[in-house]
Design a protein around this ligand. Structure first.
Ligand code: PMP
Length: 391
């Protein structure tokens, strides 16, 4: 039987730089000791008080179908968080609760793009972006944010790709680069969206992980609330990756249609998960800072290890649980470097190429193991790079 073109071509095919990741996983499965710095998952689990709230809710009977748009209480809580942090008045009618940010990204593109429409996204990118766009029948169009521009996208590059496009997907704080978009960058993005009548899909799932400066939501820029869909999630901010709870915030009309989509796809998010999410959000920014603290600490450690290195340079980054390292001085591609590092030292990092052409010659390091092992692995990586650069 023939499957749809849409699903068989979802991932685009071809080599995607994920070989090192799968090789590392195979080594781990064969009981080899591998230092895995690949995936953006915390090294802590969801906290006991959040689990207690989940348990109490489930035992209290919140195990049936929940309200499809999300419980009124969680929608209000998310709206209040967004209002407080962005300054944009937001009510529950602007909020749809989704099963994680991933489902929100899919729904946002479904809501904004028709079959065959061009949907822009920034390269380097979070791995699922092009597949998410293909999944709704749209055509993914990468726009490079270049290493020489500190991976901040330029308005001129966006404007060149914008004619005829329907949407632009951006992510700040950024996975994989760790870069936080500055006001200038965001104003440039907003200008291009206004001029070319684009929807802006703003992935802000790392908004609680900012090490320098501040996160600015582009929805807060003049005229942008009416054309922006913000994607948020409990995954990173509250170490709730497995709970699958996120949201889309946008104009009321868009949200009302997105609720229809949810009725026909996910049928909502379990009530006990939503109650746990509300409990977690009610703990306020202190809890979010506590969960982000290990990454803040490890970034400081990394800066010590990387200071004075010639073969490895850290991309100036301000947020998220990753470091992007420029290893071009070794003369190797990110893929070759990551493969050789795994072979020689059983340290697994992601080749920049797996996040798009703009990150070639880089590797991404997830700061997701304990401080001592993290600093030691980074020191080994630097020594390895220095040897290769000298060879
Ligand atoms: N956006 C970005 C940039 C991510 O890195 C991730 C997860 N790694 C997601 C969205 C989706 O996260 P979740 O579905 O767990 O909310």
């Amino acid at each position: 039987m023939t499957l749809s073109h849409r699903i068989t071509h979802l991932t685009g095919g071809g080599s995607d730089g994920w070989d090192v990741f799968y090789r590392a996983r195979a080594l781990v499965a064969a009981d080899e000791a591998v230092t895995e710095l690949t995936i953006g998952e915390h090294d802590i689990r969801t906290g006991p008080s959040i689990l207690a709230a989940m348990d109490a809710s489930a035992r209290g009977g919140h195990t049936g179908y929940a309200m499809v748009p999300g419980t009124a209480a969680l929608r209000d809580t998310v709206a209040a968080r967004i209002t407080e942090r962005s300054g944009v008045p937001t009510t529950r009618d602007n909020v749809l609760i989704t099963p994680g940010g991933q489902a929100a990204l899919f729904a946002a593109h479904h809501a904004t793009c028709d079959e065959g429409d061009r949907a822009l996204y920034i390269d380097p990118y979070y791995a699922t972006y092009p597949g998410t766009i293909r999944g709704v029948g749209a055509v993914p169009v990468p726009v490079q944010a270049r290493a020489e521009h500190a991976f901040q996208p330029r308005a001129a590059d966006l404007a060149a790709a914008a004619p005829g496009a329907r949407s632009l997907l951006v992510n700040t704080p950024n996975n994989p680069t760790g870069v936080v978009y500055g006001r200038d960058t965001l104003e440039g993005i907003a200008g291009v969206c206004a001029e070319h009548d684009l929807w802006l899909i703003s992935d802000e799932v790392y908004d609680s992980q900012v090490w320098e400066g501040a996160h600015l939501s582009p929805r807060a820029l003049p005229g942008m609330a009416e054309r922006t869909l913000v994607v948020g999630s409990m995954s990173k901010s509250h170490a709730m990756t497995g709970s699958r709870c996120g949201w889309i915030v946008g104009p009321e009309e868009a949200i009302s249609h997105l609720i229809n989509l949810a009725t026909h796809t996910t049928y909502g998010v379990p009530g006990f998960i939503q109650d746990a999410a509300r409990f977690a959000l009610d703990q306020g920014a202190d809890l979010e800072e506590e969960i982000a603290a290990p990454f803040r600490r490890r970034r400081a450690l990394a800066q010590e290890v990387l200071a004075g290195q010639n073969a490895v340079r850290q991309v100036p980054s301000q947020g998220a649980m990753y470091l992007m390292l420029d290893i071009r001085a070794t003369g190797m591609s990110g893929e070759a470097f990551a493969g050789a590092l795994l072979d020689a030292h059983r340290i697994a990092v992601m080749p920049g190429e797996s996040f798009g052409a703009a990150a070639a010659g880089h590797v991404r390091v997830a700061m997701t193991i304990d401080d001592d092992r993290f600093a030691a692995a980074l020191a080994t990586l630097c020594d390895f790079a220095a040897t290769r650069a000298a060879a």
